[in-house]
Design a protein around this ligand. Structure first.
Ligand code: KIV
Length: 281
């Protein structure tokens, strides 16, 4: 493990990747995704880390998968989240196509994300296959979060969302990936859509924090997509999601009430309109 490979930005008071790395085995690390200024501002007091995930392509833009995310999209949403979050460590996802092809393009894309958003770290998907990219980005002074197990950017290649760790070969590959990501200098690693026992074993095996999503309570932290967590997801809700609110129903009920008020001339009321002040008042 290379603790000095992650940059500390503690001078701003914001939680740093290095602080999170040291939380291995301690109080679980609380992470959520965020894509916009108001949501970042609301979540900031409650979380350790906000991820501007490439899930933004599905959640906000209605794409079928995360392959619709672009570097410019990630930068725009990263900037919005940085304006809203003052304390959380903000990590921005590297979208598909921005890092797999060469170490040079990976470092260039990671630099753009850091310089143009001011975020603290980047995240990329893969294990052994992207270890050279992780090492190079870390050497460039940029903290990296890994992402192993189910990798949404590979969904087309794999023919769907496939849970990982069901066979001995798969488990061995997952362990190789986790160890490669750690060795390359990542400060933490997301484990997604992986058999519970396997995610717990990997957590015990490696020296950097594991952040679970559809993985295990034994992981060093947990992450959910914010729209899933607040019940705003309008399409498929994955099995691993716990909905902490039902905003879908609230939004729909509010729109129905508003429509009723407008159509029956009950809105606007006197409190919502402007009159001229009486003279001398
Ligand atoms: O893009 C994303 O939201 C993610 C999380 C699900 C970990 O990668």
């Amino acid at each position: 493990m290379n603790l000095l490979s992650t940059v500390s930005t503690g001078a701003t008071g914001r939680t740093t990747p290095l602080e999170l790395q040291y939380r291995k085995g301690g109080t679980p690390i609380v992470c959520l995704t965020a894509y916009t200024y108001p949501i970042a501002k609301l979540l900031d007091p409650h979380v350790d880390l906000l991820l501007v995930g490439d899930s933004v392509a599905m959640v906000l833009y209605g794409h079928e998968n995360t392959l619709g995310a672009t570097l410019d999209m990630m930068i725009a949403h990263g900037q919005a989240v940085m304006r809203g979050a003052k304390d959380a460590c903000v990590v921005v996802d590297m979208p598909a196509g921005s890092y797999e092809h060469s170490v040079e393009t990976a470092v260039r894309a990671a630099r753009r994300l850091i310089e143009e958003t001011g975020c603290s770290a980047v995240k990329l998907e893969g294990g052994v296959d992207v270890a050279p990219q992780i090492s190079a980005i870390v050497r460039a002074g940029i903290p990296v979060m890994g992402h192993i197990g189910l990798q949404p950017q590979s969904v087309e290649k794999e023919g769907g969302y496939k849970i990982k760790g069901k066979t001995d070969e798969d488990v061995a590959a997952l362990i190789r990936d986790a160890e490669a990501v750690e060795k390359a200098g990542a400060f933490s690693v997301v484990i997604e859509g992986t058999i519970e026992r396997v995610a717990a074993d990997i957590t015990a095996r490696i020296g950097i924090p594991t952040i679970g999503i559809g993985a295990s309570v034994a992981c060093d932290g947990q992450i959910l997509v914010i729209d899933d967590a607040i019940g705003l997801t309008v399409d498929r809700v994955p099995k691993f999601v716990k909905e902490y609110a039902k905003l879908r129903d609230m939004v729909s009920d509010a729109a129905a009430s508003y429509a009723g008020d407008v159509r029956s001339h009950r809105f606007p009321e006197s409190a919502h309109v402007f009159g001229l002040k009486a003279k001398g008042a």
